[in-house]
Ligand binder design. Structure first.
Ligand code: NAD
Ligand code: ZN
Length: 355
């Protein structure tokens, strides 16, 4: 069974297709009235899948390949893409096809949002993490001073997953994406979280039928959240669970040492501990942290983290107000809450290693 469902954005409703092998027949699944097909991909995905995707197009597709990695979400690449598009006759009736992970999706989506004041784009996500970035319409690039500082809401016309491509993902990229699925499960769909604990591991990409199921469930959680809060005014902020400390760890350790999801897993373990302290409830943080470890995540803080600098970074988090540190905590599974947390409590927990 190939799941197919729709996501509602304020501008339009778009389909999400999850179909093994669909990279070979993308052209069949999209509107044929476009004047040009402009594929944006990266240097890792291109040798693996570009030819297969291109072959499926009846009309020739124009291709631009960015260097793989977060560094490509830059103003410089954005300008290169737009100039290349102009030189190759991409017009208002063309469509951009983002073939890659979240980096390609974000910059291709932002290019589509801005080029000629906005053209259509289609997401063909090739990482598990992109289950998160491809749905919801957020696109953007980085500034030297901060991630995703320039961006636009621009919903894709379609999102097409071919789960077969996940089999070539490096183990760490798989683990990184799975952390976001776990996050979705804990804040919104505990049965998805339990399914993950019983059926998959962060150390190995599972078989294709499990991938189809996992993608369907996780994209549907993301859909439920963005449909009720497209412009991030309310519950979409809960998606930041695990990210307040996770971002601080990523930045402190130096980008690349821990993948985003690995840092978020540590951040979630920490947020669970904080939740227990703040709410004094029966949330069994120890059990969940154990499960995260069983799945293959590192949950305690990395060694040599400087408490003052972590606190400082958390104070500058986008979700903070007036220098207060705000955390997404769990009163219970599926019951997230955005709470200002006392700095002293955080310091104590960090000093004992987080968990
Ligand atoms: P990524 O795009 O850099 O992909 C990770 C690595 O895997 C890259 O080296 C890539 O070349 C490689 N790769 C991709 N697909 C592959 C495949 N099938 N086989 C082998 N290698 C493959 O990173 P990501 O983790 O997919 O996404 C991270 C980005 O997503 C960040 O920039 C983040 O800000 C963004 N993001 C955006 C949103 C949003 O709502 N727009 C949400 C979450 C994350
Ligand atoms: Zn994240």
């Amino acid at each position: 069974m190939s799941p197919e469902f729709t996501v509602r954005a304020s501008s339009h409703t778009y389909p999400v297709i999850i179909e093994p092998g669909c990279r070979h027949k993308l052209y069949e699944k999209i509107n044929h009235s476009y004047s040009q097909y402009f594929i944006i991909t990266d240097t890792n995905v291109s040798p693996l899948y570009l030819e297969e995707v291109k072959r499926s197009f009846k009309k020739t597709a124009v291709v631009y390949t960015i260097p793989a990695g977060e560094g490509s979400k830059s103003l410089e690449q954005f300008e290169k893409i737009c100039s290349f598009a102009l030189d190759h006759g991409i017009d208002r009736n063309s469509v951009i096809i983002a073939l890659g992970g979240g980096v390609v999706g974000d910059i291709a989506g932002f290019s589509a949002a801005s080029y000629m004041r906005g053209i259509d784009f289609i997401q063909v996500p090739t990482t598990l993490l992109a289950h998160d970035s491809s749905v919801g319409g957020k696109t953007g690039i980085n500034l030297p001073g901060g991630k995703n500082m320039i961006g636009a809401f621009h919903a894709p016309k379609a999102v097409m997953f071919d789960p077969e491509v996940f089999h070539t993902l490096p183990e760490r990229e798989w683990r990184s994406g799975l952390a976001e699925v776990i996050k979705h499960g804990l804040i919104y769909d505990y049965s998805l979280y339990s399914w993950v604990c019983e059926n998959v591991s962060a150390r190995q990409v599972p078989d294709t039928s499990k991938l189809v199921y996992l993608l369907e469930r996780s994209v549907k959680v993301k859909r439920a959240i963005v449909e009720s809060d497209e412009k991030e005014k309310g519950i979409r902020a809960f998606l930041n669970f695990g990210h307040t400390l996770g971002h601080a760890i990523e930045a402190e350790a130096g980008y690349g040492l821990w993948t985003h999801g690995e840092a978020v897993a540590m951040g979630m373990a920490f947020a669970l501990k904080v939740s227990e302290e703040v709410f004094q409830t029966s949330l069994d943080s120890g059990k969940i942290i154990n499960q995260l470890e069983q799945l293959g995540y590192h949950t305690s803080l990395p060694e040599n983290m400087n408490t003052d600098r972590l606190i400082d970074r958390m104070k500058r988090d986008k979700k903070g107000i007036n220098g207060q540190i705000r955390f997404v905590l769990l009163e219970a599974p599926e019951r997230p809450k955005l709470v200002s947390v006392e700095e002293g409590m955080l310091r104590n927990l960090i000093q004992i290693g987080g968990v």
